[in-house]
Design a protein around this ligand. Structure first.
Ligand code: IMP
Ligand code: MG
Length: 265
């Protein structure tokens, strides 16, 4: 696992010291109030479990699960997958998150929780990647501001791996490039099936991507096969059959389902 790390960005010792400092600030700010810590599943649990022990006032704990569709290293549309157990009306709520990247996750969460009328609502995030921000977010307690690099460890994952590393490290690029490429191919095939792009556009994209070079071997052969299956424009058999698509998608770890419904205008 350590071999997959290009660089340690925040050491275990630095995290520890920061957690103590944040715990102290939070304890002072909320003294005499009843504080509810809301951890975002799953990335925040390591940070949260350390942070709560650095807080010396009584706290309660709850969790919320949020998931985002879209490519594997970027938030797409955000949705609630597991709700809080507690009623937060009139309570002092502190959201604890691992990292603020585009800000979409927290923007969604803040809006969602604010509607439940808590007495106060603040955010504590271990990491902040301000260069990537798309939605403005006020983070009340920040651990570390980091550059625009994909990081793992101390709760943060890549494809659900590396969460148990005790530090925050930068993942070696070749490891996530492959997954990103697979995501991109999947997306294009999906776009074609949903008629958002034409077959020619799909093939042109595949050719350009291949020509750009530096592709992982599996993904390169997938693209070559896609191009071969489509064939030449004008020649008999030009096109991509449903079976072709299903097969390509299967190799990307997805299955094709066809849904039928009445026409909507
Ligand atoms: P946002 O909605 O773009 O702000 O993204 C927040 C979520 O994306 C976080 O909860 C993380 O799960 C994930 N994320 C963003 N950047 C990274 C990263 O560098 N490593 C791992 N996960 C990340
Ligand atoms: Mg997360």
């Amino acid at each position: 696992m350590q071999d997959d790390i290009a660089e340690i960005l925040v050491t275990q010792e630095e995290i520890q010291a920061k957690v103590v400092e944040l715990g102290r600030r939070i304890s002072e700010d909320y003294r005499g109030k009843d504080l509810l810590l809301v951890g975002l599943l799953r990335g925040a649990i390591v940070f949260l479990s350390d942070l709560m022990r650095a807080i010396d006032i009584p706290v309660r704990l709850d969790f919320i699960g949020i998931s985002s569709y879209g490519a594997s290293t970027e938030s797409g549309a955000v949705r609630l997958v597991m709700d809080l157990e507690s009623d937060i009306a009139g309570r002092h709520v502190l959201i604890v998150e691992d990292i603020v990247d585009t800000g979409k996750t927290l923007a969604y969460l803040v809006e969602n929780l604010r509607a439940r009328r808590p007495a106060s609502l603040r955010i504590c995030a271990l990491l902040d990647k301000p260069e990537r921000r798309q939605v403005p977010i006020q983070i009340d307690y920040v651990g570390f501001v980091i550059p625009d690099k994909f990081v793992v460890g101390y709760g943060l994952d890549f494809a659900e791996g590396y969460r148990n590393l005790p530090f925050v490290g930068v993942l070696k690029e070749h490891l996530y490039k492959e997954v990103l490429m697979r995501g991109a191919i999947l997306q294009r095939i999906q776009n074609y099936l949903n008629r958002q792009i034409t077959l020619s556009e799909l093939v042109a994209w595949a050719r350009d991507t291949l020509a750009a070079g530096d592709l992982p071997l599996n993904e390169a052969s997938l693209l070559q096969e896609l191009i071969a299956r489509v064939g030449e424009p004008g020649s008999p058999g030009f096109g991509l059959t449903v079976d072709d698509c299903a097969d390509l998608l299967r190799r990307l770890g997805h299955e094709m389902r066809v849904s039928l419904g009445p026409l909507t205008y």
